[in-house]
Design a protein around this ligand. Structure first.
Ligand SMILES: Nc1ncnc2c1ncn2[C@@H]1O[C@H](COP(=O)(O)OP(=O)(O)OP(=O)(O)O)[C@@H](O)[C@H]1O
Length: 236
């Protein structure tokens, strides 16, 4: 799976992702502080959200576990997994068994405990044959299920957010946490600032303009702002 120069902003809001290129060919862990865009990136990778710009090439069969698995599903676990198996043209797997599912297979899934519902979410994702996209998949799992999930992921191609560090040896991609705030005056070209790589938002505030930048791009943005004739009031 390849994400090529992917950028995302919600409406006219700040850029959440900017020019992100990522190839997922083995087990890849996504890390980053709260709000850095992990769930956004995973939704884009899974195809449930469109990037604002950039391209995603994904194989035919992608399994996805969202951050919050729908909790109000009226179907039973058994009916739901049979349905997903038909859609995927996949044989039933032993994931529920391996994760130690102890809920009812025939009651509405809305009645399952959080951990058991998460095990159903994982079982349907593992029906996919190519790539897995899993958003904090350990949520709600007990210790033995958590360890079993680590071994289920061995040898799979997967993009997984994992802030608890379950997958210590996987390839890591860190969505840079934090930001640098640059206050500028004498700004004549807001659009030119906004278009710079690493810029997450540009806001006019009275006579100054506040630019929020990814930490690894702040020097380049400062240099470009000076070249555009801006005065720098503060950087923090
Ligand atoms: N539907 C939405 N509409 C507007 N803004 C959104 C939406 N979804 C997410 N955002 C914003 O995008 C940014 C990234 O959110 P996202 O949920 O992708 O981060 P995250 O890294 O997964 O966070 P966490 O670790 O807290 O789950 C946040 O500033 C969030 O407010």
């Amino acid at each position: 799976m390849l994400l090529d120069q992917v950028s995302k902003r919600y409406g006219r809001g700040p850029w959440v992702l900017r020019d992100l290129t990522l190839e997922v060919s083995g087990l890849t862990v996504l890390t980053g502080a709260n709000g850095t865009g992990k769930s956004t990136l995973l939704k884009i990778a899974a195809g449930v959200l469109k990037p604002t710009s950039g391209r995603v090439s994904r194989p035919a069969s992608v399994g996805y576990v969202p951050e919050r698995f729908p909790s109000d599903v009226k179907m039973s676990a058994s009916a739901y997994l049979a349905h997903m198996g038909r859609i995927r043209r996949a044989e039933a797997n032993d994931v529920l068994e391996r994760l130690g599912f102890v809920g009812s297979m025939t009651s509405p899934m809305a009645e399952l405990s959080k951990g058991n519902a998460q095990k159903v979410a994982l079982a349907q994702a593992f029906l996919a044959s190519d790539v897995l996209v899993l958003d904090e998949p350990w949520t709600g799992l007990d210790a033995s299920a958590a360890a079993e999930l680590v071994s289920l992921l061995e040898e799979r191609t997967a993009l997984v957010s994992d802030h608890e560090g379950h997958l210590a040896s996987a390839t890591r991609v860190d969505l840079a946490g934090g930001h640098v705030t640059i206050d500028l005056s004498r700004v004549s070209a807001l659009d030119a600032l906004e278009a710079l790589e690493g810029v997450r938002s540009v806001q006019a505030r009275g006579s100054s303009v506040r630019v929020v930048v990814a930490p690894d791009r702040s020097d380049q943005v400062l240099a470009e702002a000076l070249r555009l004739g801006c005065s720098v009031r503060s950087v923090r």
